[in-house]
Design a binder for this molecule. Structure first.
Ligand code: ZN
Length: 174
């Protein structure tokens, strides 16, 4: 009923404008059809439940934007690290390192100071690392993919010298 009234109003409107009424009326119909198609497409786009897409940012203030990351056991984790600052890698490098449970994080971070050539992952403590990204500077992005470990709470940190005190968080597997 509303539509009939609407069409009647449109007809009246264009009738009052005179001879050019047919072209705008056609446009109105076309716009309506496009909107309906768009709606159908949106519902067809579903995320893959087996992949956890995580994006964490590190900035020039030596901070991550996340202090907690939650995933599900056995999920494929695709973690993207974005350095949202401008400082070069030598001055304000960031990486993302996920430690095995029971690791002495302080000891790891101290050893990492001398592991610049290995993305600040000390070679003799590599077994304590579940996954890690490379070390990047301002404006850069990197990523890593791994399988979420067993249920539990894990530490993550940036192992660039001096950063782990503020750049750290909990990686929770549910
Ligand atoms: Zn850092």
């Amino acid at each position: 009923m509303k539509k009939i009234i609407f069409l009647f109003a449109v007809t009246l409107f264009f009738a009052s404008c005179g001879g050019n009424s047919s072209a705008p009326a056609t446009d109105e119909t076309a716009t309506e059809a496009t909107a309906e198609e768009g709606g159908e497409e949106a519902t067809a786009d579903e995320a893959d439940a087996n992949i956890a897409e995580v994006t964490i940012k590190g900035d020039d203030a030596m901070k991550y934007d996340l202090s907690e990351i939650k995933v599900k056991e056995g999920q494929t984790v695709h973690l993207t690290l974005v350095h949202s600052g401008k400082a070069p890698v030598a001055a304000m490098g960031h990486n993302w390192v996920l430690m095995k449970p029971g690791t002495d994080v302080e000891k790891f971070a101290t050893a990492a100071i001398n592991a610049k050539d290995n993305d600040y992952i000390p070679a003799d403590m590599a077994a304590d690392v579940i996954a890690h990204t490379k070390t990047i500077g301002g404006g850069e992005t990197t990523d890593v993919e791994f399988t979420a470990p067993a249920k539990g709470t894990y530490d993550f940190l940036c192992s660039f010298p001096g950063h782990h005190a503020t750049m750290k968080g909990k990686f929770i597997v549910e």
